[in-house]
Design a protein around this ligand. Structure first.
Ligand SMILES: [Zn+2]
Length: 678
């Protein structure tokens, strides 16, 4: 059987890939790789060329085989494909774990570092440093008993995190709200109301039943005119999986949180870190606990006065004191009254073809590249388009797919993913290929696809990730593009490029009515730009509250005192929060980002990346947003370097100094342009 996943074609033959190809291909590649790794690990006198380069090639091979599968599973899902995909997940995870915890490979890397370290190129030394770091973080090299305890802690942690998630899910699903008086639904959108009515009639009841899923919760607290309804939803949402609220005590996560923090602390201590936050920072751009705390406190001190003023303004607008469940509602009204600009209204002015042209121009002007569509590349759907990116002289740099529209069996959201990673190894070379995936409304019979401005920002964001992947100059797959980039720095290129979607010059270029060709009216554009800083202080202190809470509990845990989850949250709120929070609020008990997910001691990175992006963009504002030398510096220091250098050093080389928060505060109107708080 000819298996297209094992074909060394330059681009995947998507439509030839059948579900029955998936598992055999993955099994074959992994078993060949395992055999090769055993050979490599047994080498006497290994060198960078004889051990590490071949390992980089194996890494590339797994990625080439798996990437089209995981991509198709996301954009062209079917039951058969999902079966194949799910069958491979444990195989891949076992392979990666074995590789990450291999003592022989660890010893070989160490020997190469000792023997060859000084003669290697900086990027090669970096490949070794990264590998050694990851071995250490996986517990490799520990004495046997500690290694066992580390493994046990990680295993228990995985189970506890899963339980945390299940408790939140069960508590969320257990609660719903029955409405019998239509007046209580005033303000909610028709779709939601219709759905609620259907749900009630399915259960043989009259009236409406609202569930506690996230879209409904957000819609209720933003749109529902009934304060009673908003309060009921707020209470149910903010007490999920806790000792409070309508499902009090049934899925309480309090003890689970305590256990999670204890295991994390234990695991970090076994690897000789002082606490879990330090362990997490070992792979980040931020280098120390103090640096992160100082960063968050600095932002909080600057944002709080603005947030207080915004809250006072909101109460004045409402004409009464506001409770926590009133804030979203009145903020939405105030925004509508002040800016009267709606995303739907903007659609006719942002036809996708024109936005794409404008976006490509931005990349071309900044980085001297050329982007051209190529016909004939194998695609997975007729709506998908394929583009080549070359330098000014026409030398190919890479390619990307754009899958822009929502359709059934396609995962929601927007993302950039690696199709082919860049490599230049003795065994062969490859240029990078990216997937850019969005979920925009498809075109109609008589009109092109029309985007909201949110969509436009999303497209620029993903294209920023794409440029990071495509303009890389790194030869080794483990550090090329976004690979090996510190996790708190990886959003820098994407958020940086978002700035162009807000810039008047770009807006004028991409904004024109699809039918009449009329330019986006100047006052609409001005109001749109003003929405960016609307209530930015309140939004910022909210994020800072989460970030400080997350970082402090992962720093301050001690076996004697325990986790102090509620006390810490109260202290943080006392420092930064502006909106009054009821005593029974148990937000932490459903804070999955940090207790169940990958953001543990990492929630700060949202703000961190925003600061980097705003500060980088401010360098362009100082010299002209299309200034050639500035763009070249950004490309040389950051964009093309992938994970091949320390992210902070890269930033300092570009900006001439460490990152500063000022640019972000100005961008959001929290600091006046003159630098004074306003
Ligand atoms: Zn992103």
């Amino acid at each position: 059987m000819q298996n297209p996943l094992l074909n060394p074609e330059p681009l995947p033959q998507f439509l030839q890939i059948r579900p029955e190809h998936v598992e055999p291909a993955v099994r074959e590649v992994l078993s060949q790789n395992r055999a090769r790794i055993d050979e490599l690990a047994a080498l006497t006198g290994p060198t960078f060329a004889t051990l590490i380069e071949p390992l980089e090639e194996l890494h590339h091979r797994v990625s080439r085989t798996w990437s089209p599968v995981s991509h198709l599973n996301a954009v062209l899902n079917s039951e058969g494909l999902r079966g194949g995909y799910n069958a491979c997940l444990p195989l891949l995870s076992a392979y990666q774990t074995d590789l990450a915890q291999s003592e022989p490979l660890f010893r070989a890397y160490r020997a190469i570092a000792d023997e060859q370290g000084s003669e290697l190129a900086p990027v090669q030394r970096r490949v070794i440093e990264h590998a050694m770091r990851d071995f250490r973080l996986a517990g490799v090299g520990l004495p046997v008993d500690r290694k066992q305890r580390f493994k046990t802690a990680m295993l228990e942690l995985a189970q506890l995190q899963a339980r945390f998630e299940e408790n939140v899910l069960d508590a969320t699903n257990a609660w719903s709200w029955h409405v019998s008086d239509a007046a209580e639904l005033r303000g909610l959108n028709d779709m939601l109301v219709e759905q609620a009515q259907r749900r009630a009639s399915e259960r043989g009841q009259s009236g409406w039943i609202l569930n506690l899923d996230q879209p409904t919760y957000v819609a209720v607290v933003t749109d529902a005119e009934s304060g009673k309804l908003r309060r009921a939803f707020y209470e149910a949402w903010m007490t999920r999986a806790s000792d409070q609220g309508p499902t009090a005590g049934r899925w309480d996560n309090s003890a689970v949180m305590e256990d999670i923090l204890r295991r994390r602390h234990e695991a970090a201590r076994l690897l000789d870190f002082a606490n879990y936050a330090e362990y997490a920072l070992a792979t980040r751009m931020a280098h120390s606990v103090d640096e992160v705390l100082q960063f968050l406190h600095e932002l909080a001190a600057a944002a709080r006065p603005a947030a207080l003023a915004e809250f006072a303004e909101l109460e004045a607008f409402a004409g009464h004191k506001l409770a926590a469940w009133d804030v979203g509602f009145y903020a939405e009204r105030l925004q509508r009254e002040r800016f009267s600009v709606s995303q739907e209204e903007l659609r006719p002015y942002f036809p996708l073809p024109r936005v794409l042209t404008g976006l490509f121009e931005v990349a071309e002007r900044l980085f001297g590249v050329r982007i051209a569509e190529r016909a004939g590349a194998p695609l997975w759907h007729p709506d998908v388009r394929f583009f080549d990116i070359t330098d000014q002289a026409g030398k190919p740099l890479g390619s990307f797919y754009l899958d822009a529209y929502a359709r059934p069996n396609k995962r929601s959201g927007a993302w950039m993913d690696e199709c082919v990673g860049r490599k230049r190894l003795a065994s062969g070379a490859a240029l990078p290929v990216a997937y850019l995936v969005c979920n925009f409304l498809p075109p109609g019979a008589e009109r092109p696809a029309l985007l909201t401005h949110d969509d436009v920002v999303t497209l620029f964001h993903e294209f920023g990730h794409g440029l990071h992947h495509l303009l890389t100059c790194v030869d080794y797959p483990s550090l090329a593009g976004i690979n090996g980039v510190a996790w708190d720095a990886v959003e820098l290129p994407s958020q940086f490029l978002e700035n162009y979607a807000w810039h008047p010059e770009v807006l004028q270029r991409i904004g024109a009515h699809f039918a009449s060709g009329a330019a986006l009216p100047a006052d609409t554009q001005a109001r749109l730009i003003a929405t960016r800083s609307f209530q930015a202080g309140l939004a910022m202190v909210r994020q800072l509250e989460f970030a400080l809470f997350d970082f402090r509990i992962h720093t301050e845990y001690s076996p004697e005192r325990g986790a102090r989850v509620r006390e810490t949250l109260n202290e943080v709120r006392h420092e930064v929060a502006v909106v009054p929070v009821p005593q029974w609020n148990r937000f932490a008990n459903s804070f999955g980002h940090i207790f169940a997910g990958g953001y543990a001691a990492g929630y700060y990175s949202y703000k961190w990346a925003e600061v980097l992006a705003a500060d980088a963009f401010s360098a362009f504002e100082e010299s002209g947003v299309f200034d050639g030398p500035t763009a070249q510096r950004f490309l040389d220091a950051i964009l093309s370097r992938g994970g091949s250098r320390d992210a902070l050093e890269a930033f300092v080389e570009f900006r001439g100094r460490k990152p500063q928060v000022t640019a972000l505060l100005k961008q959001h109107g929290i600091l006046a342009a003159g630098g004074r708080a306003a």
